[in-house]
Design a protein around this ligand. Structure first.
Ligand code: WT7
Length: 677
C-alpha cells in the first residue's frame, strides 16, 4: 500500500480511536423469552469444522421442489455454487406457500406519503393474484422468459415488490435501479444488463410534491438506445389507478400502461418456474473504485436461504410481526429486508413512499403507532436526522418496538444511545448489522437473543460467518491488538454475490485477489473475501467498522464511487481536472466535496460551479450532489503529477494537511486553504 493511502486510513482510524470502549447493553428477558434464536450452541454448530454443511439449516427454512445434490461446490473457485441441483422458486417461497394458512394476512402495508390517502393493506391472497397477473403480462405481452433481464426503475410502492416477485416467478432476472437515480444512471444499468424491458411508474410523492418519474425513463430509453441497447417495452404502473400522472407522451408500440393492460390477464395464474438454486435471482449495481458500477449477481437458493435466516435469527421476525424497514427497495437492504426476507417468513412488511420527516418530525412514529409496527430498521443517517428535527417526538406516540436495526455506516455511540433510549424507549434490542450489496445479507451483528450490544460496534460474525483482520502483508491482527486492518471473511457463505455480471475477472480481482495465495486453488480456505472496509477487532471479538479503504464515499449509508463523480464533472467543457474528497456531515455521515481546475483561458464563476453540480445530479442523481464545488487555480500534486486527494481532504475537513513540502506546488495548498476557510 502506498504512503498516501496509509495516511487516509490513519485519519479514518483516528476518528474511531476517539471513541471510548463502550459499556454493554443487555437484551431484556422479555425479548429473550420470545426470540427465535437463544441457543448459544449455534456458534458451535456453525464453526468452521462443520463448514459447509451447517448452511443446510438455513436452506431448510425454504420450500424446495427438489433438494440439492451438493451443499457446496467449489470446482469453479471463487465462483461458489450453493445447494447445487436444488430446485425452488423465490416467488413461491414468498407467497404461495403461505396461502393455505395465511391468505388473509397482510403481506404489504403500503403507506402513501400524503396522510390524507389511505394506507393499502395487501393480503397474501391479493399479492398472489397481482403477482400472477403481472407475471402473465410480462410473459405474454413483454415476451420475457427465464434468464432474461428486466430493469425496474421505480419509486417505493407495492407495485415495485409485485414487479420483482413477478419476475422471480418467471425466472426473469430483475435489476432494480434506485428510483432517485437519474436517466443516465438508469441507462448505464439497462445497457450493462442488456435489458429490453423497463418497468416504471408514472409518478410518486416526495416531500409533498408529485414528481413526474416516467419522463426520466423516456430519457433513459433514449440514452440506452444511443449506447446500443434498445428498450422494446416500457411498462408503466399508474400511481393513481385510471389516471395518467406524467407529461411524457406514450410512445406507440413501446409504452404500455400496466393497469389498463392487466385487464387482459384477469384471473391468469402462472406456474412458478422451477429454478436451479444457482440460477440468478437478480442483479444489483453498486459503486466501486473504477467508474462503472458493478452488477452484483445474486443466486436464487443461496441468497434466499441466507436472507430468510438473517431475517429470522438476527431481525427476529416472526410471522405475526409488523416489520418496517425504512430503506429504499432500490438498494440491497430493501431487496433483502423489505421484500425477500420478511415475505419468505410470512410477516407483514411496511413500504413507505416518502420522506421520513414529511410532513413533520412525528411522521415515522405515527406510522409505527397506527400499524403497530414492532420491528424497525433504518440507517444512522435517518436516525441523526430524526434526532435533529424531533428529539422528543418518539415519546409522544404509543408504539412498542421489540427490535431495531441500524445499517449502512458506522453509528456514533451518542446517536446509538439516543436511538436506544428515545426511539426504542429503552426496551428494544438493537442490532448494528455490517454487510454490503455484495454479501446479500449480514456479516457482523450481535445475535439479539444471545449477545449483549455495544454502541458503535457491529459485533462478531453472525452464525456461520468467520471474519478476520489482515494487515497489508496478510498477517492476522488478533483481537485486542488495537490496530486497524482489512476485514475479510474466511469462508464462503450462501448470500454472497456469485460474480460481477458479465465480468468474472473484475469479480475475482475486486474481492478475492488481494489475499489469495494460489489463484489455481479449488480449496475455499485459500480464498478469503475482501470486504474493502477497515476495521478493528476488540478483545471481546466485536468488530468496529471504520470505513472504506477504496475510493468510495459513503453518503447517507450508500456508496458513491469518487471516479463516477469525477467523470461526471469532467463532462463539463471547462473542467480540466477533478478530485472528490469526503467531508464530514452532521446527518449524512459523509458528503462529497469537489475540487476542479479549469482548462487554460477559462475564468472561475458560480455559473460554472453550478453547471458542474448539475452535471453530477443529472448523470448520477441528487444523492451525489456535492457540498461545494471549489474551482481552484491548480491541484496540489506530487512531483510525478498525482493529485494529492489526502491534502484536499484535510483542507475540506479542517484537518492537518501534514508535510506538503515534497509536493510539486506546495504554495497552492495555502491558497486553497484560504479559499475553503
Ligand atoms: C458499505 C456497504 C449493507 C446495506 C447498506 C449499504 C458500510 C454497512 C455498516 C455498519 C459500519 C457499515 C461499509 C460497507 N456499512 N453497514 N453497520 N457499520 N459501516 O450497502 O451500499 O453496499 O455499502 O457500507 O463501508 O462496505 P452498500
Amino acid at each position: 500500500m502506498t504512503k498516501e493511502k496509509q495516511v487516509i486510513e490513519t485519519s479514518e482510524a483516528q476518528i474511531a480511536v476517539h471513541w471510548q470502549e463502550e459499556e454493554y447493553f443487555h437484551p431484556s428477558p422479555t425479548f429473550i423469552g420470545q426470540a427465535n434464536l437463544t441457543d448459544e450452541s449455534v456458534f458451535e454448530r456453525f464453526s468452521l469444522d462443520n463448514f459447509p454443511d451447517y448452511y443446510t439449516e438455513y436452506a431448510e427454512l425454504l420450500t424446495w421442489y427438489k433438494y440439492w445434490d451438493e451443499v457446496f461446490d467449489a470446482s469453479d473457485a471463487p465462483c461458489w455454487k450453493w445447494f447445487k441441483g436444488g430446485l425452488l422458486n423465490a416467488s413461491y417461497n414468498c407467497i404461495d406457500r403461505h396461502l393455505k394458512k395465511n391468505k388473509n394476512k397482510t403481506a404489504i402495508h403500503f403507506v402513501p406519503e400524503l396522510e390524507t390517502e389511505p394506507i393499502q393493506h395487501i393480503t397474501y391472497q391479493e399479492l398472489y393474484v397481482r403477482v400472477n397477473e403481472f407475471a402473465a403480462l410480462l410473459r405474454d405481452y413483454a415476451q420475457l422468459k427465464r434468464g432474461d433481464r428486466a430493469t425496474i426503475h421505480m419509486p417505493m410502492s407495492a407495485e415495485l415488490a409485485i414487479s420483482m416477485l413477478a419476475c422471480a416467478r418467471l425466472g426473469v432476472i430483475h435489476s432494480v435501479v434506485f428510483g432517485g437515480f437519474s436517466a443516465s444512471a438508469c441507462a448505464d444499468r439497462v445497457v450493462d444488463s442488456n435489458s429490453r424491458v423497463l418497468i416504471t411508474m408514472d409518478a410518486y410523492y416526495r416531500a409533498g410534491k408529485l414528481l413526474d418519474h416516467k419522463i426520466v425513463d423516456d430519457e433513459a430509453c433514449q440514452i440506452s438506445a444511443e449506447q446500443g441497447q434498445k428498450i422494446d417495452k416500457m411498462l408503466i404502473w399508474q400511481r393513481y389507478q385510471g389516471k395518467i400522472s406524467t407529461k411524457g407522451p406514450l410512445i406507440e408500440g413501446r409504452d404500455c400502461i400496466i393497469n389498463q393492460k392487466l385487464k387482459h390477464y384477469y384471473g391468469k395464474r402462472i406456474e412458478p418456474e422451477k429454478m436451479l438454486s444457482e440460477e440468478p435471482l437478480f442483479l444489483m449495481y453498486t459503486s466501486g473504485t473504477t467508474g462503472k458500477p458493478k452488477g452484483c449477481q445474486h443466486g436464487t437458493g443461496g441468497y434466499l436461504s441466507y436472507v430468510t435466516a438473517m431475517s429470522k435469527y438476527i431481525q427476529d421476525i416472526h410471522p405475526e410481526d409488523v416489520y418496517w424497514c425504512m430503506a429504499d427497495i432500490g438498494w440491497i437492504t430493501g431487496h433483502s429486508f423489505i421484500v425477500y426476507g420478511p415475505l419468505a417468513l410470512c410477516a407483514s412488511t411496511v413500504i413507505y413512499e416518502g420522506v421520513p420527516t414529511y410532513p413533520d418530525a412525528g411522521r415515522c412514529w405515527r406510522i409505527a403507532q397506527d400499524l403497530d409496527v414492532n420491528i424497525f430498521h433504518t440507517a444512522p443517517t435517518a436516525i441523526r436526522a430524526l434526532r435533529k428535527v424531533g428529539p422528543d417526538e418518539p415519546a409522544k406516540y404509543n408504539y412498542n418496538f421489540k427490535h431495531m436495526t441500524t445499517v449502512g455506516e458506522p453509528i456514533e455511540p451518542e446517536v446509538w444511545k439516543w436511538y436506544q433510549k428515545e426511539v426504542g424507549k429503552g426496551k428494544a434490542v438493537i442490532v448494528d448489522t455490517w454487510w454490503q450489496t455484495e454479501t446479500g445479507g449480514f456479516l457482523c451483528s450481535t445475535v439479539p437473543g444471545i449477545s449483549p450490544m455495544k454502541p458503535g460496534s457491529a459485533g462478531r460474525g453472525v452464525p456461520g460467518i468467520h471474519p478476520v483482520i489482515y494487515d497489508e502483508d496478510g498477517n492476522v491482527l488478533p483481537p485486542g491488538s488495537g490496530k486497524a486492518g482489512n476485514i475479510c471473511i474466511k469462508n464462503p457463505w450462501p448470500g454472497a454475490l456469485q460474480t460481477v455480471w458479465g465480468n468474472r475477472k473484475r469479480f475475482v480481482d475486486t474481492y478475492y485477489a488481494r489475499y489469495c495465495k494460489n489463484p489455481d486453488s479449488k480449496d475455499w480456505r485459500d480464498w478469503p473475501y475482501l470486504a474493502g472496509d477497515a476495521a478493528v477487532e476488540a478483545a471481546d471479538g466485536y468488530f468496529r467498522i471504520l470505513g472504506r479503504i477504496d475510493d468510495v464515499i459513503n453518503v447517507s449509508g450508500h456508496r458513491l464511487g469518487t471516479k463516477e463523480i469525477e467523470s461526471a464533472a469532467l463532462t463539463v467543457l471547462e473542467v480540466a481536472e477533478a478530485a472528490v474528497v469526503p467531508v464530514a456531515h452532521e446527518i449524512k455521515g459523509k458528503e462529497p466535496d469537489l475540487y476542479v481546475a479549469l482548462k487554460p483561458g477559462f475564468q472561475a464563476s458560480d455559473e460554472i460551479a453550478q453547471r458542474i453540480n448539475d452535471a453530477i445530479c443529472n448523470q448520477i442523481g441528487k444523492i451525489a450532489k456535492c457540498r461545494k464545488v471549489w474551482i481552484v487555480p491548480d491541484m496540489p500534486k506530487t512531483r510525478s503529477g498525482k493529485i494529492m486527494r489526502r491534502v484536499l481532504g484535510a483542507i475540506s475537513n479542517h484537518g492537518d494537511v501534514g508535510n506538503v513540502m515534497t509536493l510539486a506546488n506546495p504554495e497552492i495548498v495555502e491558497e486553497i486553504k484560504k479559499m475553503v476557510g
